[in-house]
Unconditional design. Sequence first.
Length: 342
Amino acid sequence: MKAVLKKERAVGFTVEDVDVPKIGDGEILVKVEVASICGTDVHIYDWNDWAQKHVNPPLIAGHEFAGVVVDKGKAVNRVNIGDFVSSETHIYCNHCDMCLMNHREVCRNLKILGVDTNGAFAEYVKIPERVAWINPKEISHKFASIQEPLGNAVDTVLAEDVSGKTVLVTGAGPIGLLAIGVARVFGATKIFVSDLSNYHLEIAKQMGADVVVNPKEADLKEAVLDGTHGLGVDVTLEMSGSKSALKDALSLTKYCGRISLLGLFDNEVQIDLTDSVIFKKVRIYGITGRRIFETWQIVSSLLSSGRLDVSPVITHEFKLEEIEKGVELMKTYQSGKILLYP
Ligand code: NAD
Ligand code: ZN
């Protein structure tokens, strides 16, 4: 089968013919219909510090996908051949303390598809049955592969209720853009968005942002304070991993407000906890992955009901072998989600 390989400990991917994976008793084989590129794939392609520490080539990259089950192991009984599935990418163990407490997203023995195990940028991928999510018939096949990042967005937004609240999203990359749509559906009253890419800010407007600001070109603080009677926002969703955006988040969230942190920082961050968090009684949540499978249920029903339209976020569609074009485009911040077809 055709597959995108991280073949060596160096920059780049190669597209090659490899063997179709052989499944074990508890596994299913999925024919990939559509996949999408994540920032993690860009890191693996670029062979940055993080990738050098976490990835052991040769490896088939890719973890966001949807496809049809074509074979199943002897012990598989929930999933059937012919099911259209997506996959939770956090392969949890199901027996550590966190898994037993229903916090599988922070399983202590976590393996990540396409990082620790061969992934989905291929014609076929094998996954354990326990991480398969069977998609409802109504779901658009085009949207089925982005449920994994949409799950990140849902958990970031819904760490607490947003109905009737003002929201600031710092960082309108693909996940921030999805979060804008989610916040809108769940009843946020005014959504402010900051990003350094005007291309991303245009999509932010289509996703339901009320006020968009490029902090390089305009005063974010003035825009937020003007739009919140000088008080700041009830909720900030930090989705950039930028230290200056985190500063914005801390200074523009109002007293007794909430901040959800999804963006990952390259290194340690220094913040003034006393004045910007403690004396303001701000609640801060760390968000990782998705609740398995509570979040999938929400994502699935948002998409299959048509209540959330994610089409503005999908900006490009390429053949699998054109992956390099997709990765390079993502690095210019002139794209949203990029879909790949094997
Ligand atoms: P992305 O890199 O495509 O998006 C980040 C966006 O932030 C970009 O549009 C960039 O222009 C913008 N940005 C940079 N500096 C900014 C600033 N000072 N102010 C405002 N915006 C700024 O990433 P993504 O795929 O959308 O993911 C968002 C973040 O979430 C990334 O940091 C990613 O590493 C992280 N992430 C975390 C998890 C998790 O489980 N916690 C999962 C996936 C991704
Ligand atoms: Zn576990």
